[in-house]
Write a protein that binds this ligand. Structure first.
Ligand code: DGJ
Length: 549
């Protein structure tokens, strides 16, 4: 059946005239006037994800592992609406896509895409394939039942481990073929660019041991360290993995093997449809590096980012799944992954909702708390569940309280997500959040210093900090003497850098961005500004014009 129809994927995206062909349940579309393929753009050391030719902030959320099925999507979309997310991260399961070897069924992918479009959402699809949390649980059953052709990894004692060998040639060939078919399908059905990026595998690596000890792996481990690794890690030629890297040599070898595998899968897909691709990493203890063997060895952890960059150039990013609850560790993970050669995207997170502000302040192109749907499959450990929910009591209207803590920040940022992405790309934005024991912070904006004081304020009281760290602030310099400010549980004020000068407010406008324009609701003065600009639990965005006297 052939039909023509108009597809609108909502503001600010354009309306497209799409000619479609429906065949065997699969939606195949070709756009007359397709938006460009989403792409990462780097400028002056800063990155943006360009969607429809402009920077786009993925104010995202990741669903639970088993929520990518048409039958439960009705429990996904309302959660995204309640959260004010603009992008959803949803898995695509290799075992479903290729139930029979060589036969691909993308009907579930089509349901994700059409569902997202009808809810004005973008998608990041997660290719759960050879690796998922270090295991191979998403391999098709015909592969799981043929361990000789599709081998598991062997540990140092000769035991089989529930993790795929990165040297399985047939596994690699099968994954490359399936991933290329998947990307080809996206290219065919998604001229509207509902899908922004694809994650290749999920938290790859191996928890149980540092590397593969199969005969093939042993042979490769004895070979000279590849030149690309030497270059990436700044090492001279002429030593074994262990001689050059000490005890970490085994993990570095595994990282090289896993990254080379995933890099080839990524390249096979990218050759078909060049969407931005990334791999995510289960973090090791970034403050106190663990010894080999007790983290996702071989995955793109902080210690092997250069190896991954060298081994998998088809990946645009390696990304931290940032479940740190310790503030310093959380910030460090952001800083380590934001590199000259790596845009920062946080595909999974938990902890405190104020961490969104740390991410924006580190120029993240996207941020995505995990487990955000209404299936009741909430599996994020208690330790990383946000505890600040009672501090946003007005938000506790949803069925599931775990969603609620994130709503306030998402509600503030969502209407101006495009502007935030652009301001960050242009280097005009700074965002911070409260750290334990920290009462004030100063941000520098040329002729103005901006002070952030944490705590709930009485009019002329001194800053005291909040009872627990929940404060945040985001400041954008719109012009020489004009700023946009927002935040929670903090007071923001301005001071001229020039000695002896003071600030005066010329205009403090409360409002919100609507389709790229700041719409003023009212002006604040008197009690609302005399002591500084106060942000409490309610979303509040102010455009502030000041001068010095
Ligand atoms: C990290 C994984 O990447 C997710 O798929 C999920 O398993 C979460 N852990 C659960 O906490």
């Amino acid at each position: 059946m052939i039909s023509s129809f108009i597809v609108s994927i909502g503001k600010p995206w354009r309306t497209l005239l799409v000619a479609s062909v429906l065949c065997s349940g699969a939606l195949v579309a070709a756009a007359a006037d397709a938006p460009p393929i989403p792409r990462l753009v780097q400028q002056d050391g800063r990155y943006a994800l360009f969607v429809d030719n402009a920077p786009y902030l993925m104010l995202a959320a990741q669903v639970n592992n088993s929520s990518g099925w048409p039958g439960v999507l009705s429990k996904v979309w309302p959660a995204m609406a309640d959260l004010h997310a603009n992008t959803v991260l949803i898995p695509v399961y290799w075992d479903q896509v290729e139930r029979k070897e060589g036969e691909f069924d993308f009907s579930v992918v089509d349901a994700l895409i059409t569902g997202a479009r009808s809810h004005q959402l973008h998608l990041v699809l997660l290719w759960f394939a050879t690796w998922k949390n270090g295991n191979q649980h998403y391999m098709p059953a015909w592969m799981k039942q043929d361990p000789v052709r599709y081998p598991r990894l062997i540990d140092a004692h000769g035991e089989t481990v529930d993790s795929p060998s990165p040297f399985g040639a047939a596994t690699l060939a099968a994954d490359m073929k399936a991933f290329a078919a998947f990307m080809g399908h996206l290219k065919a059905v998604d001229a509207q660019r509902t899908v922004l990026m694809v994650q290749v595998e999920n938290e790859s690596g191996t928890w149980e041991c540092p590397r593969d000890y199969s005969p093939e792996a042993q042979k490769r481990f004895a070979e000279p360290v590849p030149t690309a690794v030497l270059k990436a890690m700044n090492k001279p030629a002429g030593g074994s993995w262990t001689e050059l890297f000490g005890p970490e040599g085994e993990v570095f070898f595994h990282a090289w093997a896993v990254a080379s595998f995933i890099g080839q899968v990524a390249a096979a897909g990218k050759a078909v449809y060049p969407l931005p691709l990334y791999a995510n990493a289960a973090q090791r203890d970034i403050m106190k590096p663990s010894s080999p063997g007790n983290y996702g060895n071989g995955g793109p952890t902080d210690n092997v980012i250069p190896i991954w960059k060298a081994a998998a150039p088809a990946l645009d990013m390696v990304c931290p799944d940032n479940y740190n609850t310790d503030t310093a560790a959380y910030i460090k993970a952001l800083q380590v992954y934001r590199r000259e050669d790596n845009a920062l995207f946080i595909p999974e997170t938990g902890g405190s909702p104020r961490f969104l502000f740390f991410a924006l302040g580190t120029q993240a192109i996207g941020f995505s708390p995990f487990g955000m749907d209404y299936t009741k499959d909430y599996v994020v450990p208690e330790g990383v569940r946000p505890k600040d929910d009672l501090l946003h009591p007005w938000a506790l209207t949803g069925t599931h309280k775990f969603l609620a803590p994130w709503i306030a920040g998402y509600r503030v940022i969502n209407p101006m997500a495009r502007e935030i992405a652009r301001w960050n790309f242009e280097g005009k934005l700074q965002a911070v959040a409260e750290e334990p024991g920290q009462v004030t912070q100063t941000l520098s904006f040329g002729a103005w210093d901006v002070s952030v004081s944490y705590g709930v304020w009485a009019r002329y009281a001194r800053p005291a900090g909040n009872p627990q760290p929940i404060g945040s602030a985001l400041v954008v310099q719109l012009g020489e003497n004009q700023f946009l400010v927002t935040g929670f549980y903090s007071r923001i004020d301005f001071k001229p850098v020039e000695p002896g000068k003071h600030r005066q407010f010329l205009r403090v406008e409360e409002g919100a961005y609507e389709n790229g324009e700041f719409k003023v609701v009212r002006e604040l003065n008197g009690d609302q500004t005399d002591g500084g600009l106060d942000f409490i639990a309610e979303p509040l965005v102010l455009r502030v014009t000041i001068s010095a006297y």
